[in-house]
Write a new protein. Structure first.
Length: 406
């Protein structure tokens, strides 16, 4: 049986979008003949179903007309060589360059929209510019996938036919994080240390069940008091400056609380300077890139997502699956994850005072922390498992290919 050919095209990747794309590639490489065209700095995942053909693509995340023209011709050559049954594009910039190339050859294209097209306070281009570009390119798009209803509504507001849009939530490996949720409920003996390097610590037996394997306790567990953390690419729209400002307010009345930021990005130096200004340099720990999110999350007591703009945060899903109580801004797709007061706490975006009040309250409410963590863990497992996301995506793939054959 001849396998259908699938070409993924992506702009520079990091964070949630990169993890989402990796999940798709690892799954569909076992069923389709998969190729990937993306910048060289994006790691190529190991495929369960055989080798993946990789095409290096010098696609930048910003506007670069001359370089984009070269990428256009590169994509024309790739499509001629691979003759894909389906091209799946991730991100608006990748779509803007890919669609003219695939349009020349009549390749069916599926576009996944991960984030809002406009980040508040950061876009240098007017909304009308995006409307014109979308209208020009829309006839070349077979279908769209929006990772949240909020993004679907944004697309509809920009003039996209609702019949062309499928809403498919991001999915995660909930089982891996569920194990962390169970681990967090176990009493753990912590040895006093002068430094923050990791050590092995035995876990106690949980209610007569099989003892969990001996594992390294995250270094945050060596610090006294509660640990509050966040994670993501250090960029403006993720709102980490709001987290720092709220933490500075909380720290005045809660000397025992430590704060953590996991991730790298262009805003790091500015964020570190803000910590210096607010006297928080010793209270907020920048971890840089964290390769093992389960280990990081297992060392926290509260997780905060202070975003100004968000499609559907994978980090928030992972923290919820790990059983952490969540505090997040009510923006984009976040309210589709959290029901305020039931499975987490929502606060108005940009409102540092509201974030500080939510944090202070949750710090003083251990029973509420446990209840919120338990409820969101069940919610994530039910609605955001990667198996559900992959099944729905596969349905769209088959429909697009079938429609193109007719």
């Amino acid at each position: 049986m001849i396998r259908k050919k699938l070409l993924y095209v992506a702009r520079p990747q990091s964070g949630g979008m990169a993890g989402h794309l990796r999940t798709l590639i690892e799954y569909f490489s076992g069923k389709w003949d998969v190729a990937l065209a993306a910048p060289s700095r994006m790691p190529l995942p190991e495929a369960a179903g055989g080798a993946i053909k990789y095409f290096e693509l010098s696609l930048r995340g910003d506007l670069a007309p001359l370089k984009d023209l070269a990428v256009f011709w590169r994509l024309v050559g790739i499509c001629r060589q691979k003759a894909p049954s389906l091209v799946h594009v991730h991100g608006f910039k990748a779509a803007a360059v890919t669609l003219p190339a695939t349009g020349l050859l009549g390749c069916p294209v599926l576009v996944t929209v991960h984030n809002s097209l406009l980040y508040p306070g950061q876009s240098l281009l007017p909304l009308n510019f995006f409307r014109q570009i979308l209208k020009a390119l829309d006839p070349l798009v077979s279908r769209y996938i929006a990772v949240s209803w909020a993004l679907r509504q944004e697309l509809e507001g920009l003039g996209i036919d609702p019949a062309k849009i499928d809403t498919i939530y991001n999915g995660i490996d909930t089982d891996s994080f569920a194990k962390i949720s169970d681990f967090r409920k176990l009493p753990v003996e912590i040895a006093p240390l002068d430094d923050l390097r990791g050590i092995d610590s035995p876990n106690k037996r949980a209610q007569g069940k099989k003892e969990l394997q001996r594992q390294e306790i995250p270094f945050s567990s060596k610090l006294p008091g509660l640990k509050v953390g966040t994670a993501g690419r250090l960029v403006f729209h993720k709102g980490f400056d709001l987290f720092i400002r709220a933490a500075a307010k909380v720290a005045k009345d809660h000397q025992e609380v430590s704060f953590f930021i996991a991730g790298e990005g262009p805003e790091r130096s500015r964020l570190e300077e803000l910590c210096n200004i607010l006297g928080m340099r010793e209270r907020i720990i920048f971890l840089g890139h964290v390769s093992c999110m389960p280990e990081y999350l297992s060392g926290l007591d509260i997780y905060v997502q202070p975003s100004r703009s968000e499609g559907l945060s994978l980090s928030l899903l992972e923290a919820g699956a790990a059983g952490l109580p969540l505090i997040a801004s009510a923006v984009g797709g976040i309210p589709e994850i959290i029901r305020h007061g039931e499975t987490g706490i929502l606060f108005p975006p940009e409102n540092v005072d509201a974030l500080e009040k939510a944090l202070s309250w949750l710090i003083s409410q251990p029973t509420s922390r446990q209840k919120l963590g338990d409820k969101i863990a069940l919610e994530i497992k039910r609605r955001f498992a990667k198996e559900k996301m992959l099944k729905e995506t596969e349905r769209v793939y088959e429909e697009v290919v079938s429609d193109n054959v007719r």
